[in-house]
Design a protein around this ligand. Structure first.
Ligand SMILES: [Zn+2]
Ligand SMILES: [Zn+2]
Length: 376
């Protein structure tokens, strides 16, 4: 059953604060209902950077541990007829229990017993049975794993845009143009909204242009800029129909509330640290009747939609994933992310030799072990 699978593999192991090392570790052994997947591509994510800088994650990662949670790959050990050996899959990083109060309420993102998987920065990853059953999907043969791996964060963004029901012709402001801010902006563009993106980093805003965003503002969101945006970009200077905060700081949460028009919707999408408090003038809530949402995580439904968006290129994955690197260079990539010099997302390939950088054109051609890199 495990023929062809080695005993050990290369993996990036987090040992603590800013201490991630490439090591040989045992290949996990799948039990009933689990899949062993050979990672074709993993993606970097702001959460992974946070985990790297902090050295742990409250709910998910206690060092030493292999981390990384956005990935696609090929099944190498399976007793599941839905995903036989050789199937290329993408899996979300969690699955709900389907039994608790919130699961029964059809709010699976609030499941009290979300089961997480981490360990994508490795040659192989074990997919727990519950994720196999609920949040594992077969990917089209011509879809590179480096695109498919975008499914997890995109599923969160889809939930964010659906929760505030962004509509055609609406004026939407997205604060923050990190990978999630950019996906939220793109999804809003796809619904037919007129989207404004604001971020103080010009290179991030340049990506928003490629995604069909109408107004790009490369400035820090100061009180003056808040007034300026409201005055210049919204009818009767009343504010945006919908504002989505994708930064995760209390200052920008407040600005999001300030920038929405009476009767409008705010999505405080970016998570702040535990214990952070928000003060809101009750006038805004009551007399202005604004609605405040704060979307968390994804659902099996948005995970499925995310794969459709990526497969039909409505979300141009390689506008966000702009470079491919080797697993062996991951510690270096994490340092680049920390300095802000990395692309919005980087595809990490366990099969790529250290020191190689793949361009977007090369990424299109690279399917891990299943296809040669023709352009090289
Ligand atoms: Zn992520
Ligand atoms: Zn549940």
């Amino acid at each position: 059953m495990t023929e062809g699978v080695p005993e050990t593999m290369s993996a990036c192991v987090l040992h603590g604060k800013e201490d991630a090392r490439l090591e040989k570790v045992p290949v996990p052994k799948p039990k009933d209902g689990e899949l062993l997947v050979r990672v074709e591509a993993a993606l970097t994510c702001g959460t992974d950077l946070k985990v790297f800088l902090r050295g742990y994650h409250e709910r998910m990662i206690k060092p030493p541990a292999v981390f990384g949670h956005e990935f696609a790959g090929k099944v190498v050990v399976s007793e599941n007829e839905r995903f036989p050996k050789g199937t290329r899959i993408v899996a979300a990083n969690s699955a709900p229990c389907r039994k608790c109060y919130f699961c029964k309420l059809e709010k699976p993102n609030l499941c009290r017993d979300l089961l997480f998987v981490n360990g994508a920065y490795a040659e192989y990853i074990l997919i727990p049975a519950r994720i196999v059953d609920n949040n594992c999907l077969t990917i089209p043969v011509d879809l590179p794993g480096s695109k498919a791996a975008l499914v997890e964060p995109l599923a969160c963004a889809i939930k964010g845009v659906e929760d505030v029901a962004v509509g055609r012709g609406e004026k939407v402001l997205v604060i923050g143009a990190g990978p999630l801010g950019l996906m939220l902006a793109r999804l809003s563009v796809l619904t037919g909204a007129e989207v404004t993106s604001v971020d103080d980093q010009p290179d991030r805003i340049a990506v928003a242009r490629e995604l069909g965003v109408t107004n790009m503002v490369a400035e820090r969101l100061t009180p003056e800029l808040v007034n300026h945006l409201r005055a210049e970009l919204t009818p009767h200077k009343l504010g945006f129909d919908c504002v989505i905060e994708a930064v995760g700081k209390p200052g920008t949460w407040n600005q999001a509330v300030e920038l929405v028009r009476p009767g409008g919707r705010v999505n405080l999408f970016g998570g702040c640290p535990r214990g952070t408090e928000l003060r809101v003038d009750t006038t805004r809530l009551h007399y202005d009747e604004i609605s405040i949402y704060a979307s968390f995580h994804h659902t099996p439904q948005t995970v499925r939609k995310a794969l459709e968006f990526v497969a039909n290129s409505e979300i141009p994955a390689f506008t966000l994933v702009r470079e491919g690197r080797s697993l062996f260079d991951l510690p270096e990539v994490l340092q680049e992310m920390r300095k802000g010099s990395a692309s919005p997302k980087t595809a990490i390939f366990p099969q790529l030799p250290g020191g190689v950088r793949l361009s977007v054109d090369e990424l299109e051609q690279f399917f891990g072990d299943s296809r040669e890199l023709r352009s090289r």
